[in-house]
Ligand binder design. Structure first.
Ligand SMILES: [Cu+2]
Length: 405
């Protein structure tokens, strides 16, 4: 690999295109950011430790003498992934023996508008072009076989860490793909539940990629489907797949959001912005308003919706204004679901599921009930529900009117 001897004459090779090593080194040595330079050196040491971790994981696997897994009993099926907020075609109760579920993710780097009102934009790093990346659904015991493809015109290296998987940093150590490369990773879904996945190239590149949109969720259903505390089956009519995304967009001296010519150009500025841990935006599905207005989620009275909420980096407390979480799985689908929840918790670095049957028509807001985040940073979605109003549940007894004191 090409070594960087002179940061003013940065050499690149195909194998170090925008690697964390190159950029972190360049930032530190050139003093691109005075604020960043004032920070202690610890993060760069952590950067090196993290990079070594990934190298070791890949070498361990390469040096393994273990026999290949016997997959002769598995049937192969392709899962066509779809853009959020939708879910791929799937069975709620598995038929037949465990399968190999083939999926393909393409790493797309694309300029996305985050907020039309302010013109805030980001060179998003995505799986299949969307923030969050597509929802993958399988059953416990299935194998997920991922082809991860990085187009030749990409600027950056990418990989993937599946929290649902076991070993090799969630597959992160075995899936580093540079522009023009692809790899195939197969892992067994042993734990039922919702799990996040995300890009994790190493060091500061991990939060950089994650806060540029490179994360999504896998839902591993029990083979016999979801159940309540008594073991009765719970079924949904539809899935609403919501990804909470924190952005730390650089701002110029006039207070305007900066724009950049290409993916990665904001790296030094982003590191500086991220260090404060204060997001400029915290949105659902990539942008302010991605799930409101004309983009609102749709449902009908009597429809049971499973809300799958992925939050890769920040804690979230979803609340459905005007409704509830009838059944909520913050942890494993093997655990008894929480019931009748007003607000539930999605730990940063995880995904969770909440099931609700709509009982009234109208507009419901699904928000992060840190309401500063929900109302001011963007984490709001709307459900527009059709059906007949039920006065036994709520009735406006008197319209607002003046009263005599
Ligand atoms: Cu990436």
């Amino acid at each position: 690999m090409t070594q960087i001897n002179n940061p003013g004459l940065t050499q690149t090779s195909r194998r170090n295109v925008l690697r964390g090593t190159v950029l972190a080194g360049a930032v530190a040595m050139t003093g691109v950011s005075a604020a960043f330079a004032r920070q202690p050196r610890l993060p760069l040491k952590a950067d090196a430790v993290s990079r070594n971790l990934h190298k070791v994981a890949a070498e361990q696997n390469a040096g393994s003498t273990a026999k290949p897994a016997d997959l002769s009993s598995y049937v192969r099926v392709k899962q066509e992934l779809v853009a959020p907020p939708f879910a791929p075609v799937h069975e709620q109760v598995a038929t037949g023996a465990p399968k190999i579920i083939e999926v393909t993710l393409v790493t797309e780097e694309r300029l996305m508008v985050v907020d039309e009102d302010t013109g805030a934009s980001v060179w998003a790093l995505t799986y299949n072009g969307s923030v969050p990346g597509p929802l993958i659904i399988c059953h416990e015991g299935d194998m997920v076989e991922l082809t991860l493809r990085n187009p030749a015109d990409s600027m950056m290296e990418h990989n993937i860490d599946f929290h649902a998987s076991t070993g090799a940093l969630g597959g992160g150590g075995l899936t580093h793909v540079y522009p023009g490369e692809e790899c195939v990773l197969r892992w067994k879904a042993t734990k039922p539940g919702c799990f996040t996945y995300h890009c994790a190239p190493g060091g500061a590149m991990i939060p950089y990629h994650v806060t540029h949109g490179m994360n999504g969720a896998v839902m591993v259903l029990p083979r016999d489907g979801l159940k309540d505390a008594q073991g009765n089956p719970l079924r949904y009519d539809s899935i609403a797949y919501i990804g909470e995304q924190d952005y730390y967009l650089p701002i110029d001296e006039n207070g305007d959001f900066k724009s950049y010519d290409a993916a990665g150009d904001d790296y030094a500025d982003s590191l500086e912005a991220m260090r404060a841990l204060v997001p400029t935006h915290q949105v659902f599905n990539g942008a302010v308003g991605a799930l409101t207005g004309a983009n609102a989620l749709k449902a009908k009275v009597g429809e049971t919706v499973l809300m799958v909420h992925n939050s890769c980096n920040v804690d979230s407390r979803p609340h459905l204004i005007g409704g509830h979480g009838d059944y909520v799985w913050e942890s494993s689908f093997s655990d008894t679901p929480l019931t009748g929840m007003e607000t539930w918790f999605v730990r940063g670095g995880s995904a969770a599921a909440a099931m609700y049957t709509f009982e009234q028509p109208g507009v419901y807001a699904y928000v992060n009930h840190n309401l500063i985040i929900g109302a001011m940073l963007g984490a709001t979605a709307h459900f527009v529900v059709e059906g007949e109003w039920d006065n036994t549940l709520m009735e406006q007894v008197a319209e607002p009117r003046p009263f005599e004191s």
